[in-house]
Design a protein around this ligand. Structure first.
Ligand SMILES: [Zn+2]
Length: 57
């Protein structure tokens, strides 16, 4: 899905425009891009979770 693509980009440090409002770039919540599991939009209430498969070893 498109959302999954966006998350991959976010994790790579690319800027991704909010798919909901289109006014702002999504930003990682509480940490850096490569570590964040949640990204949210500063302009609206959109947020998304990254379903990581790398967490537990
Ligand atoms: Zn937004």
């Amino acid at each position: 899905m498109e959302e999954k693509n966006a998350l991959d980009k976010l994790r790579n440090g690319e800027k991704v425009l909010c798919p909901k409002c289109g006014k702002a770039f999504l930003k990682p919540y509480g940490t850096t891009c490569d570590k964040a599991h949640t990204f949210d939009c500063p302009e609206c209430d959109f947020y998304t979770h990254y379903h990581a498969e790398i967490e537990i070893e």
